[in-house]
Structure formats: C-alpha cells, structure tokens
Write a protein that binds this ligand. Sequence first.
Ligand code: KG4
Ligand code: ZN
Length: 345
Amino acid sequence: MRVLGIETSCDETAAAIYDGAGGLLAHRLFSQIDLHAKYGGVVPELASRDHVRKLVPLVEEVMEASGSNSTDIHGVAYTSGPGLVGALLVGAAVGRSLAYGWGVPAVGVHHLEGHLLAPMLEPDPPAFPFLALLVSGGHTLIAEVTGLGQYRIMGSSLDDAAGEAFDKTAKMLGLPYPGGPHLARLAESGRPGKFQFPRPMLDRPGFDFSFSGLKTAVVVTVRGLQSGGTQLDDQTRADVARAFQDAVVDTLATKVARALAETGATSLVVAGGVGANKHLRQTLLAMGQRKGVRVSYPRPEFCTDNAAMIAYAGYLRLEGGQHEDLAIRAQARWPIDQLRPPNAR
Ligand code: KG4
Ligand code: ZN
C-alpha cells in the first residue's frame, strides 16, 4: 500500500509518500520561518494562506520524486489536528479532495501520533510497547504506548510546553524566532553552573511538568543583570542559555527516569521538536545505557514537523482497516488519549 501524507498543522507545509514495501519514498517540506520571523511568532492567517500557495506544488514534487502517478496511490493521510484550524483546513481539504478524486480512502491523522511514530521510520525501529517522551512546541507529555492508538498519558505540562519555554526564553535573550535551536546553539558556549535555575515540579510526585516558573526565574535573572541599562555580553547570554537548557533537560530526564521505574519499560521513544536537542538526546541516551533501556529517536529533521510521520501513521491506520466518511476533518483541539486503534468502534 502506498500513501500520500500531508502536514499543514502550523508553520510547515509538507508532503511525503510512504510505501509498505519500499518504505519512505519521498518527502518535501517548506518552512514558513521567514514569513513569521518578523512578527516573533506564527501569524495564523499568514500560515493558512501560505499553505494554500505551497501545498499542491509540494504534492506534485513528491509524486514525481517517488515515481508515482495517481493510480499508484492507495490512500491519503492528512493531519487533522491538533493545530491552527485554518492551517489544518488547507491540508484536510486538499487531502480529502485528492482521495475523493483518485477514488481511494483518506484518513485524518493526529499530529502527535505522527510525532510518536516518527522513530519507526528509522533503521532498526522500536517496537510496541514503549514509554514515550513527546516534547514539541505545543505539547510536553509522557505516555505509555502499548500499540497504535493506545496511549496512556502519565503526565503532561500544566502550562508552557518545553518548546514554548525554549522559544520564549530565546526571545528574552534576543534570539530570532523560533528560538529553540538558536538557544541550544548559544548554550554550547555557555559555562556550566554560572547560573542556577529551578527544576520545576521535581519535588512533587507524578509526571506532570510546569515550565512557567523556570521562565520567570530566567526573566528575573536577565532583568537583574540588565539593571542600570547594561546589555548582556555574549558570554553571559550563553551562560544563561546553558543554565536554562540544563534545567529543562534535567527536569525532563528526572521525570522520564521515574516513569521508567514505575512502568518497568525497557524501551524509550523521544519525539517532537525539542527531541532534536543534542543535550537532551545525549542525556537520555546515557541514562538508557545505565538502566539497560533502549532509547530511540527520529533523525533531527523528523523530530520537528514533517509529512513523513503523517504518511507513516496514516499508512498504519489504513493498513489496520480504518475507514472514514467523506467529511473534511480539522480540529484545533484533540486530546491524544481519545485515539483508538484503527479498527476499534
Ligand atoms: O514538533 P515541532 O516541530 O512543532 C510542534 O508540533 O509544536 O516543535 C517545534 C518546537 C519549537 O518550540 C522549537 O523551538 C523546538 O521545537 N526545537 C528545539 C530544537 N529544535 C526545535 N528546542 C530545543 N532544541 C532544539 N535543538
Ligand atoms: Zn509537531
């Protein structure tokens, strides 16, 4: 079975072709970063309009790159939520309509299910069950994953997501949008221990996160350093970035360690944009080695938004017998624990 995947939930337009026999045949992505950078964040209406401009050409590109014509495609998967509703609607309308025109089924994929399954696109993929840490711009959660559509949320962020905390802190340090990767790069030249920020929620039981207090601690520190109108020098900014990144990574790793202990899981999957963070990857890999837990990641470009993960999740659902009516589905909010296996009623 060969599936076209479409992703338009936020500020990346993407298309991909996944084939049951041949694996991932083609994937293309157009990032809208330049479009939104001058506003310091994603402008939803601009995002939607740009998806309208870019999506069909990207679909044509992956069809050509994978050597497919319309009769080779057996299903279409599009991200139907959660995300910006106008942006989602573009992918949903194009995906559902192409499927109708080609006479094949369409499936609306949950964006976070896509992220969770992305490590399975890599060589020697992890198998179910596993513990998952999902850290993206909009979500931070730890889930026990027993199968496709079987997600037990053990904990999630009560306020800012990890990626959001990275982005807001980066903005405070004068870094361009989206700040996460810029902050991570700056942190590389930071000296450890120059600043100490809190590790939120570690003193409480459970697996929930909260990053707003950490963000406030950084604001207070930066304002204190700037008092009297002095600008932070590059080394100080790097030291702050390093201390912030250390606090986030430490918090995530500690909660993951607890969840591994509670569930007895021997396989850990890390996914979502912040999963591209080198320090997080190294910390969790080292932890996995100490505990005898296998740690799997997608390649960094499949940590952040992409259509390969959507094509793959859609392929698994269509293969599993999921059928949907002709509705064009887009939902801004869609809790992941509402998902069910493909053939469940
Ligand atoms: O998964 P994603 O592409 O989009 C959502 O579904 O939200 O995640 C984007 C988030 C942004 O907040 C971005 O700053 C962050 O992931 N991010 C990083 C890194 N690369 C992307 N954060 C820290 N370190 C990175 N290397
Ligand atoms: Zn995402």
